[in-house]
Design a protein around this ligand. Sequence first.
Ligand code: FE
Length: 274
Amino acid sequence: MKNHKSEPALEETTAYERAALEGIDPRCIPQILTNRAPEDQDINYPYYSDEEHDRWKLLYERQMSFLQGRACNEYLEGVQKLSFTPEKIPALKELSTIFKQTTGWKIARVPGLIHEKDFFEMLRRKVFPSTDYIRGENELDYTPAPDLFHDIFGHMPMLTNPDFASFYSMFGKAALKAEGIIRKQLETFHWFTAEFGLIKQSDGMRIYGAGIVSSLGEVQHALSENVEVINFDVEKIITQDYDVWHLQPVLFYIDSFEQLEKGFTKWVKRLGLT
Ligand code: FE
């Protein structure tokens, strides 16, 4: 039976609308892609207001000032390769061209958080799904869902590194095949590497995880004495608890991106996921 109230019947609402009614930020609900996401040279540059370009500039300059001496060499080299400038929000199409020349990856434009199967499938195909909208003025320090600053500034520089890029597509391939507890373990592995990973370099501990490099709070916290830093060990990583809502008290470091790639490959081979 149809209901005639102004609110739609529950079965007629989308996951987004239901989430909004329950007070959950709809951006945190993964979307299933119904249309093929535009990729590479098919991605249009959207209109951004002057305020939005200014917001990118503020975020970019503020974060870069903390990353000197904190981010790893490979991340900073990636920033150079991608030719980020503070003046203008980068165009996904142009970044995709640089990806193709460095590691053979491409970029797809996605409307927000996407369903994990779509995400893994894209990574397997060496396609990085990116949003192209920027967080609001009132969320500069924290946003619960990805925006272009997290996706572009946080993730993309590392994807110009061949060892990291190779690990990341292998991750997509393995995660696509994994089920149940193993899928959960892969998500935990992703959290402590791609999002919150550290690397020990000749001049000290450095950051490579996108969740740290794109966050004002995490970038100041991650290398402080308030964090327990543990050497890369797959078994320890996959059983480590984490809380997405607070600064991370435990992080893991690798000695090299080769170690990350080899360690991950050995583990997923043993599980039959390659
Ligand atoms: Fe991320």
